[in-house]
Design a protein. Structure first.
Ligand SMILES: [Zn+2]
Length: 440
């Protein structure tokens, strides 16, 4: 940690005159992710205030009470005061699904898709995930780390403070471990929180086509144990779909991860439906995409804490007419999260507010549901809800200040960032140079 960051973390920070402070505080004793009607409970305080110290939230309440507080009055000179002047404050977004370790955008695929090629046709022609592999295999770790760090900083500029980051564009033991090391290196230079995921089972690389079992064996017996031994990943992910890995192979990878003490998550139901029951015994933290899912599986998921992470940026960028059926999931009691799925092929966006906007316009989620899905339920999807996803005393000081009067403007002004200030583990980073010059 840099001295500057330590100094900032050590300094008490008091945000006052918050027009709407969306705390997302716990609403019942029920532990677990938000479901059904609970998804729209934002725990809003009008004219709110938040005090943070040493990277933690110390107190949350009204500006009036904060300014009367004896401790704050006594230490007023030491406290850095931020007048939010009616702006909106939300918990820093938890972007629980991103693929930031790649070298180049995939512009050829982009143009082919515009001309009508499908996801499968692009993959069959040598595009898609496989076309990103060579550059990552060749890249120096420091170059990958620099790319990841730049993206983390951009994401913070859009209000994200916790990011899940997957490997998955190397697909050899060396290049997957190098990708995870690059994530770790970038995370060390960024004040926010990064959760790493090994996605060795992203697709079957060309050299193993026709013998995917040999590749799965490498993932299970080399990549996973090596990543676990070096503490390089908290999760193991599998892309389970046609053209990627089968349900049986997914179970194999999950079993290998569990044996090494790593938690699991999976990309499922993006292109086709897969029965989820065989995976549930591994207690996956999340099933991501979920465009195609059966009623039986929805019923089962409502009984589990596995979060359905929806990534509408992918549907948007692929130009699909259909989006995941969020209403069906929410009304059945399945916990739903929203994420960017930042990646070079299908969702090159760093913006959680954009994903929220798409959730509102194309998946009929309310702005309130979109906020909860991108904060507290994202935290559940990464198993960090004990310290992330809401603004409550004792939790990490992760906040985003939006230059709007009403939280519904966050998804409303699509394609633009209204984020003025992000506080990551107590470290303030100004996104708007005219606001809070002391942090510029
Ligand atoms: Zn993905």
């Amino acid at each position: 940690m840099t001295t500057n960051r330590k100094r900032q973390q050590g300094q008490p920070l008091l945000l006052i005159n918050i027009g709407q402070l969306l705390t997302l505080r716990s609403i019942s004793r029920k532990a677990g992710p938000r479901r059904g009607a609970d998804l729209k409970e934002l725990g809003t305080i009008k004219d709110g205030a938040v005090l943070t110290l040493a990277g933690k939230v110390i107190s949350v309440g009204s500006t009036k009470d904060a300014l009367r507080d004896p401790w704050i009055r006594k230490h007023r000179k030491k406290v850095v005061e931020v007048d939010c002047n009616g702006k909106v404050v939300v918990p820093g977004f938890v972007d629980s699904h991103t693929h930031p370790v790649f070298v180049s955008p995939r512009l050829v695929d982009f143009e082919k898709r515009i001309k009508g090629a499908s996801y499968e046709e692009i993959a069959a022609a040598g595009g898609g995930i496989r076309s990103s592999l060579e550059a990552v295999r060749q890249a120096a770790k420091s170059d990958l780390a620099a790319k990841v760090l730049a993206v983390l900083q951009d994401m913070a500029g859009h209000g994200s403070t916790t990011i899940e980051a997957k490997s998955g564009y190397g697909l050899t033991p060396e290049s997957e471990l190098k990708s995870l090391e690059a994530i770790r290196e970038a995370a060390g230079s960024w004040p926010g929180t990064v959760v790493s995921t090994l996605l060795g089972a992203h697709v079957v690389p060309k050299e193993f086509q026709g013998c995917s079992q040999n590749y799965v064996e490498i993932v299970c017996s080399e990549m996973i144990p090596r990543a676990a031994r070096r503490n390089l990943a908290q999760f193991v992910d599998v892309f389970c779909d046609k053209g990627a890995f089968s349900a049986q192979e997914t179970v194999q990878v999950f079993a290998a991860a569990t044996k090494q003490g790593l938690s699991v998550r999976a990309h499922v139901g993006q292109l086709s439906q897969t029965a989820l029951a065989p995976f549930l015994r591994f207690e996956p933290a999340s099933f991501d995409h979920m465009d195609h899912v059966s009623d039986d599986d929805i019923h089962q998921l409502a009984q589990h804490d596995t979060v359905a992470t929806l990534v509408p940026g992918a549907n948007y960028f692929l130009g699909l007419k259909e989006y995941p059926d969020a209403r069906r999931l929410i009304e059945a009691g399945v916990p739903v999260a929203l994420a960017t799925d930042y990646n070079p092929g299908t969702s090159p966006t760093i913006s959680v507010p954009m994903a929220m906007s798409l959730a509102c316009t194309h998946m009929k989620m309310s702005p309130a549901e979109a906020v909860a899905a991108a904060t507290i339920n994202g935290a559940w999807a990464l198993r960090v809800a004990d310290r992330k996803g809401s603004i409550e005393a004792g939790k990490d000081a992760d906040l985003a200040v939006f230059d709007v009067q009403d939280y519904r403007e966050i998804p409303y002004w699509f394609g633009a960032s209204r984020c003025a200030l992000t506080i990551l583990n107590g470290v303030a980073t100004s996104c708007d140079r005219t606001f809070l010059r002391e942090f510029a």
